[in-house]
Write a protein that binds this ligand. Structure first.
Ligand SMILES: [Zn+2]
Length: 89
């Protein structure tokens, strides 16, 4: 990253933080000045209403689950070695 890009990013971040601090901590000695201040007018105005339209969810099948039987194939080691297994009853 070039040096000037890094410094401009830091400058932008610093200006943003300074603006946030200045807007949140400023005060006015009397009410007439606060009435003409754009920051105070916006801060003390009525809360904006939320205007969001929620769309209906779309349900669609993306695949089918197919069950398959799983059978384990048991195999004893003694049958490979020629050793006699346990007696069957
Ligand atoms: Zn103000």
């Amino acid at each position: 990253m070039r040096v000037w890009v890094r410094w401009s990013a830091w400058l932008g971040l610093f200006l943003m933080l300074w603006t946030v601090a200045a807007e949140s901590t400023h005060n006015h000695p009397n009410q007439t000045e606060s009435a003409s201040c754009s920051i105070c007018v916006v801060a003390h105005s009525a809360s904006p209403t939320v205007s969001s339209v929620q769309t209906a969810p779309l349900f669609a099948a993306v695949g089918l689950l197919r069950e398959e039987d799983v059978t384990a194939k048991a195999r004893f080691d003694f049958s490979d070695l020629g050793i006699r297994g346990p007696p069957a009853l």
